[in-house]
Design a protein around this ligand. Sequence first.
Ligand code: GLP
Length: 240
Amino acid sequence: AVKILIHPDAERAADCVAELIAARLRTEPATNLGLATGGTMEAVYARLIAAYRGGQVSFAGATSFNLDEYVGLPPDHPCSYWRYMREHLFDHVDLTDTHLPHGDAADAEVEAARYEAAIVAAGDIGLQLLGLGANGHIGFNEPTSSLSSLTRIKTLTRSTREANARYFERFEDVPRHAITMGIGTIMRADEVVLLAYGAGKVDAVAAMIEGPVSAACPASVLQMHRKVTVVIDEAAAKGL
Ligand code: GLP
């Protein structure tokens, strides 16, 4: 079932998502968190850091697995998701058991399989946090991704590379491939919380919630998940 929460603005939507995560950690400190990157999540992580500093939440018992990483970027690369996570969360809270795919692995396919196996060995994801690509992608599962896919290498679309080019010096520097959890991997999560805000996500939000379940909008498969909370602002809800 999909629960949809529409907030007046992005700030309130981020408050809501941070509180959902904190609430899960309070009731289940050993939660395996599935984490996401992107501009959308920066406000969520800032709130979680504030809650940690205020003594309202601890990550000490938790584990985390991130959704994805660019192929070719080592963990210390300024544009890697490893670096994003350290800057926006890991360096500021008591979460120590953290995992992301290694973008600089000698064999990215072997690394993808290793990462999938590590998620399974950890008992799968308890709470999966998701953003939403303007084209409906989740993680880096671009349109036409198999709805039962596992962690693997995906070729990024030009529109996704353009959307993420703001983090790189030049468009040509944006990697062409990523290692991403599959849609099947994400669907095994016990609970999913998806956050999207702003006018740029209107079409993707409408396709995800009201469109047919289709690989043309990978996020639409969440309609078939047993426990999803979609948190959006009014600007992103305009197409509903
Ligand atoms: C990126 C990430 C996704 C993210 C999405 C939206 O490419 N791989 O995990 O949810 O695109 O990004 P943003 O939050 O910056 O709009």
